[in-house]
Design a protein. Structure first.
Length: 182
């Protein structure tokens, strides 16, 4: 009586394992993209709530005001929030002294092209966000385009959010919505 596997049995096992791997690998390859998309969607939900909170505070106070942002080192920085004539935040950027984010980027050094959403999102989560299409010096009412963790990285064209999308913040209506790049 033999107690070893025959060559044919080993080949069948290898073929079955190969088929299982071919089916499983594509399923797991999208996990990171799904995590990035979920993170970005939940952050945008927080941003929407934050915009409405700032809008409410502006209505109650009747004037622009300052908020305190705490960076990853526990240091507090005060930043003035400017509002449009419709009482929505002028921009979601911080054009203030160097708040250090989770990837050690200083906002003051990078404000021209980089950090967004610090008015309503903890500084720990800012490292994955960027902003385009606004001149902070003009402070005019306009649209701003933000890209988060998924819209900066995900290249899968079939994904719900990918590099072909951005979030459009309209500071005259206070809305931030997902839009395809034009």
């Amino acid at each position: 009586m033999k107690s070893a596997f025959s060559m044919i049995e080993l080949v069948f096992v290898i073929v079955i394992l190969g088929i299982m791997a071919a089916v499983a690998v594509p399923k797991f390859s999208g996990i990171q993209d799904d995590a990035l998309i979920s993170t970005e969607k939940s952050t945008i939900g927080i941003v929407r709530q934050g915009i409405m909170s700032l809008y409410g505070k502006r209505l109650i106070r009747g004037e622009d005001f300052s908020i305190t942002i705490t960076d990853k080192n526990g240091l507090d920085y005060t930043s003035k929030v400017y509002f449009t004539t419709k009482y929505y935040p002028m921009t979601l950027d911080v054009a203030q002294i160097s708040v250090t984010t989770d990837n050690n980027v200083s906002l003051a050094l990078a404000v021209g092209k980089y950090q967004a959403l610090a008015l309503v999102v903890e500084s720990e989560g800012l490292g994955d966000w960027s902003r385009d299409t606004i001149d902070l010096s003009t402070k005019k009412e306009s649209l701003m385009y933000y890209k988060g963790s998924a819209s900066n990285i995900v290249t899968d064209k079939n994904a719900e959010i990918n590099t072909n999308y951005h979030w459009e913040y309209n500071n005259t209506s206070g809305k931030i919505i997902k839009k395809p790049k034009s």
